[in-house]
Design a protein around this ligand. Structure first.
Ligand SMILES: CC(C)(COP(=O)(O)OP(=O)(O)OC[C@H]1O[C@@H](n2cnc3c(N)ncnc32)[C@H](O)[C@@H]1OP(=O)(O)O)[C@@H](O)C(=O)NCCC(=O)NCCS
Length: 149
């Protein structure tokens, strides 16, 4: 059994960081989990959710992050612990994020996957997402990266 609820920094930080390291790895500075949590908390939008296991109590086994800028909604960091997959938890996390975006007035949700992540694309297709012909571009704003100690 799992409970999906909003992220609570006091209770959930260590568990979310551990889960993201397990699921995503993260090798780039701008994706550092602690920094990502700090930035999301600073946004104060209530769009980060966790799945907490009933046993062991308090274990964080899933996350869903959404963002809404008034134009598009975005999904990020949809993650389920490898031991808890294929039981509907990922779908429930996406639906929780979609419901929050709907309440915020969002009309369309986008997400990005690494090219070749066919398994996750299959997951999203079941949830109604379609591959769209777009070129995804990005740029790191280096001035905001943490300085080396
Ligand atoms: C993608 C992910 C979140 C799915 O979580 P999950 O809890 O296993 O998903 P669900 O149980 O809700 O799956 C629902 C359906 O999606 C499809 N699906 C899920 N995982 C799949 C896979 N690896 N391959 C193919 N289809 C898959 C299936 O149709 C599944 O239904 P079924 O189990 O009855 O066949 C999880 O595998 C994960 O954390 N992956 C790594 C992180 C990632 O890539 N996140 C996305 C980046 S934003």
């Amino acid at each position: 059994m799992h409970t999906i609820r909003p992220y609570d920094d006091t209770r959930d930080r260590a568990g979310v960081i551990a889960l993201w390291r397990t699921v995503f790895g993260y090798e780039t500075a701008h994706n550092d989990p602690a920094l990502a949590l700090d930035k999301k908390l600073a946004a104060a939008d209530g769009l980060l959710f966790v799945a907490e296991a009933s046993a062991p109590a308090g274990a964080i086994v899933g996350t869903a992050m959404a963002g809404y800028d008034g134009h598009r909604g975005w999904l990020y960091s949809i993650a389920v612990h490898p031991d808890c997959r294929r039981a509907g938890l990922g779908s429930a996390l996406v639906k929780t994020a979609e419901s929050a975006l709907t309440r915020a007035g969002c009309l369309k949700v986008n997400l990005q996957l690494l090219a070749g992540n066919a398994a996750t694309a299959a997951f999203y297709e079941v949830l109604g997402y379609a591959v769209e012909p777009r070129i995804s571009m990005g740029k790191v704003l280096a001035d905001n990266l943490p300085r080396p100690q």
